[in-house]
Write a protein that binds this ligand. Structure first.
Ligand code: ADP
Ligand code: TYD
Length: 214
């Protein structure tokens, strides 16, 4: 049976994740893989309710982090783990790196507490201790906040995070950089400040190089 494959997509709002997730899903399906496209926070009825709260209601950083991880636990158990057990490819628009980047670096919430929650939430029967479930690959769309803001201007109505000032996104971007530096083997950094076709070529090349795309 084909081994499951778990790929997350990360980057600040407007970096171009959504633009390329569908293309990767199509490329994998064209090669005969079953693909589950999903997102965080969200991906299950309960987690989508938590998403609506987390993205719209004001709350303190601990409450926000707990909602993100509560949504993640439900999503992991209901959707991601069963899909990986079937041998599917799971493409997830954001995962735990986003919590470290937004609630940790962006809001300034304690990274040690986040690391503890990560360990609790991502401990699953299919992964032998002391390991935890992590994406096999994280595609990180790296883009300067000023460029992302330009792309988003007029493109959609901003949610609670998207309406944050650029200084917030500069911290979030640095947070992603720190996560990537701590686990370089898992991260594929893509320069998102290029035309769409060039960004896609880099995504495709990175996957091919790792033997994840024929
Ligand atoms: N390489 C690119 N160059 C210019 N604009 C882009 C590029 N990639 C995406 N966009 C546009 O930027 C906006 C944000 O892209 P999107 O994929 O929704 O980002 P994200 O999902 O990371 O928030 C969209 O309007 C999209 O059409
Ligand atoms: C997964 C996750 C997302 N977020 C934020 C980042 C985004 O601003 C928002 C939703 O992400 P996203 O789905 O990328 O938004 P959109 O569909 O509008 O492109 O949630 C966190 O703050 N922490 C998290 O753990």
């Amino acid at each position: 049976m084909t081994r499951g494959l778990f790929i997350s997509f990360e980057g600040i709002d407007g970096a171009g994740k959504s633009t390329h997730i569908d293309a990767l899903a199509a490329a994998l399906r064209a090669r005969g893989r079953s693909v589950v496209l999903t997102r965080e926070p969200g991906g299950t009825p309960l987690a989508e309710k938590l998403r609506a709260l987390a993205l719209n209601d004001p709350m303190d950083p601990l409450t926000e982090a707990l909602l993100m991880f509560a949504a993640r636990r439900d999503h992991l158990l209901q959707v991601i783990e069963p899909a990986l057990a079937r041998g599917d490819a799971v493409l997830c628009d954001r995962f735990t790196d986003a919590t470290f980047a937004y609630q940790g670096a962006g809001r300034g919430f304690d990274l040690q507490v986040l690391a503890g929650l990560e360990r609790w939430v991502q401990t699953v029967p299919a992964v032998d201790a002391p390991g935890i479930r992590q994406p096999d690959l994280t595609v990180w769309f790296d883009l300067a906040p000023a460029v992302a803001a330009q792309r988003l201007a007029g493109a959609r109505v901003p949610d609670k995070f998207e309406s944050q000032p650029q200084a917030f996104f500069a911290r979030v971007a640095a947070g992603y950089g720190a996560r990537a530096a701590a686990d370089p083997g898992r991260f594929l950094r893509v320069d998102a400040d290029q035309p769409r076709e060039a960004v896609w070529r880099d995504v495709e090349a990175g996957l091919k190089q790792r033997g994840l795309l024929a």
